[in-house]
Design a protein around this ligand. Structure first.
Ligand code: MG
Length: 168
């Protein structure tokens, strides 16, 4: 991070720690940003991508989405939710849709271009998104895959806006 002396809130620390604990690194998300944006910014570096991911992770809305989604994934993995929610989340049922709504609260932070990026990356599932969607792992990532895609989409939007001088 470029501002290493910044005070990190308990909420932000928890959100960042939980991403790592659930197998998602800053570089995993930065690679998704690179995947989304390199065709528009030929000189785009991984450092630029990492920087924008860090900026997105500083937002309270994003931190709240992360801890809420991961908490539900973990409870489903431990079989600790009540029915019918337990089966719905454990099976990652397509018609459930609340995982995507939580992801939208992240995408929303940087305006409508984020939605296009989110939709695209959710269909393509490159890199870490493919790993999170591998049902054979025994882990439940019903919320996390959407959250990670949304963080990448939001970071891409931020990058696109900052490239034309917008302040975020
Ligand atoms: Mg999902």
């Amino acid at each position: 991070m470029r501002d290493e002396n910044r005070k990190v809130s308990t909420l932000e620390k928890k959100a960042r720690d939980w991403l790592i604990e659930r197998g998602v690194t800053i570089d995993d998300m930065a690679e998704l940003v690179h995947y989304l944006q390199s065709k528009y910014h030929p000189d785009l570096t991984m450092e630029d991508c990492r920087f924008n991911v860090h900026q997105v992770l500083k937002k309270r809305e994003v931190q709240n989405a992360i801890i809420t989604g991961i908490q539900l994934d973990v409870l489903a993995e431990k079989n600790n939710l009540e029915e019918p929610l337990q089966s719905t989340i454990a099976a990652d049922e397509g018609l459930y849709g609340v995982d995507e709504i939580i992801a939208f609260s992240i995408v929303n932070v940087y305006g409508s271009i984020g939605f296009t990026n989110y939709g695209y990356i959710d269909k393509q599932k490159p890199g870490i998104l493919q790993k999170l969607n591998d049902k054979s792992s025994g882990q439940c990532h019903t919320f996390l895959d959407d959250i990670v895609g949304a963080i990448a989409a939001a970071a891409s939007s931020r990058l696109a806006h900052s490239a034309v001088g917008d302040e975020y």
